[in-house]
Design a protein around this ligand. Structure first.
Ligand code: ZN
Length: 169
């Protein structure tokens, strides 16, 4: 029956917020092996070199992308080029899955919180009113916006922690 209905894309009324949200949930790098630094992330290197010491060992260069430009190469001089394209793509996949899990978990937490709060409001109002008024709807909308804001803030902190932790390795 619904086959004949047209399909529209969402038309968010607040485009700016929408774009910000997308940026927060999406990482700001393309290559998950090196996070676009050209230098393979230490925690990924340790999957291959268990006792890797980033202060003393040659820099494992990402060959899954071309971010490690010649400029950097000249500067550092001491490089580990054993991580070939195939291996870097594998590490990229591992890191990508890991990121997906983290964001998924955070997103579910946010959805659950939203559902609980929304049903709380609905319940408290259905005790006194049989029909939802505009005011009720406004309250639900307001609460939603609040939860969204807190959740986004939490997520930002979590992401920063995540990135900071990876950098210290
Ligand atoms: Zn890379």
């Amino acid at each position: 029956m619904t086959d004949n209905l047209p399909q529209f894309e969402r038309l968010p009324f607040n485009e700016k917020t929408e774009n910000e949200d997308r940026e927060i949930w999406q990482p700001n790098w393309n290559c998950f092996c090196c996070q676009d630094t050209g230098q393979i992330q230490a925690h990924l290197v340790r999957l291959i070199i268990a006792d890797y010491d980033h202060n003393r060992d040659r820099i494992p260069v990402c060959q899954g992308c071309n971010k490690f430009d010649r400029h950097n190469l000249m500067e550092y001089g001491v490089l580990d080029t054993r991580f070939d394209l195939f291996l870097c793509k594998k590490l990229d996949r591992i890191s990508r899955d890991n990121w997906k899990q983290i964001t998924q978990k955070q997103f579910e937490k946010y959805r659950n919180q939203l559902n609980v709060e929304t049903s709380k409001i609905s319940q408290s109002h259905s005790l006194t009113n049989t029909n939802r008024t505009d005011n009720d709807n406004r309250e639900v909308g307001q609460r939603k916006a609040e939860i969204e804001a807190t959740s986004t803030e939490q997520w930002k902190l979590m992401r920063d922690d995540y990135l900071a932790g990876k950098k210290d390795e």
